[in-house]
Write a protein that binds this ligand. Structure first.
Ligand code: NAI
Length: 258
């Protein structure tokens, strides 16, 4: 049966691949992105987030079968905290009532293997407290100290922790809404193009994300995994972060973590 699914980050990379796959299967996709989307909105701030939620509710008629928060940025500024954490959580929280009205609702986010890398504890704590001002102050300090790469890892770690907490609450599990993440390793998309183009960054990336199984992934590989997470078949998995990363996570964390 055709479903109505909201996908943020639908204009590029993984979100674009997922949106195309879902449309090919006959679903209605409400894409949310800065541009080239059914809903053009900037998820880095409160106004854009509210607009994204309101317009998506209008276009869906108030009921959504699934929501995928895929939009993200990877740079050494405070922006990853705004978009990857607060943008994703605001979208999911804002659209949750529309999910609760569907017969077999599903929600997913795109995390990252980076969520297992070193993080800044103050950023993560402030994110989980829902205190964006404090999170951005902590992120600014980290950037000033020259550890800007930790704004991205912290945003993705906080997102994973948020969904593990939220997934089992009355608002999500109690309403029958599975909430999970796919955490990719390195995926060939416009986001990673600069890393492939720079010899130094390329080396750092390969050391940080070892992928013994089949190397770098295409966006379609991650989209397929997301597609299953949000399918009616996924009735009993929630609060999970699924690493689709060529084996990076067990390589980095070892066999004792599971
Ligand atoms: P991409 O750069 O191809 O696509 C990201 C999309 O998000 C773009 O269309 C962009 O316009 C949108 N976006 C960015 N900021 C936004 C904002 N403020 N408001 C609304 N939309 C915004 O990147 P890719 O690779 O497809 O990334 C998708 C997700 O996958 C991101 O959350 C990223 O962190 C995650 N990821 C990507 C990996 C990779 O190797 N490419 C690895 C691990 C995670």
């Amino acid at each position: 049966m055709a479903r109505t699914i909201a996908v943020s980050g639908s204009a590029s990379g993984i979100g674009e691949a997922l949106a195309a796959m879902l449309r090919d299967a006959g679903d209605t996709v409400i894409g949310i992105d800065l541009r080239d989307a059914e809903v053009c909105a900037d998820l880095s701030g409160p106004e854009g987030r509210s607009h994204a939620v309101e317009r998506t509710l209008e276009l869906s008629g108030g009921t959504l079968d699934a929501v995928v928060a895929c939009a993200g940025v990877s740079d050494f500024t405070v922006l990853p905290v705004k978009v990857n954490y607060f943008g994703a959580v605001a979208l999911l929280d804002g659209l949750r009532p529309a999910l609760a009205r569907a017969g077999a609702p599903r929600a997913a986010v795109v995390g990252s293997i980076s969520g297992t890398h070193p993080v800044d504890a103050a950023i993560v704590r402030a994110c989980l407290d829902g205190d964006e001002d404090a999170a951005l102050r902590a992120a600014s300090k980290v950037v000033e100290a020259g550890a800007g790469n930790q704004t991205y890892s912290s945003s993705k770690s906080a997102l994973a922790q948020w969904l593990r907490r939220a997934g089992v609450t009355p608002e999500w599990a109690g309403e029958g809404i599975p909430l999970n993440a796919i955490a990719p390793g390195v995926v060939r998309t416009p986001m990673t193009e600069p890393l492939f183009a720079d010899e130094g960054m390329f080396k750092i990336m390969n050391e940080a994300v070892p992928m013994p199984l089949n190397g770098y992934a295409d966006a379609a590989v991650i989209a397929e995994a997301l597609r299953w997470l949000i399918s009616p078949a996924n009735s009993h998995m929630t609060g999970q972060v699924i690493y689709v990363d060529g084996g990076a996570e067990p390589t980095l964390r070892g066999p004792e973590v599971f």
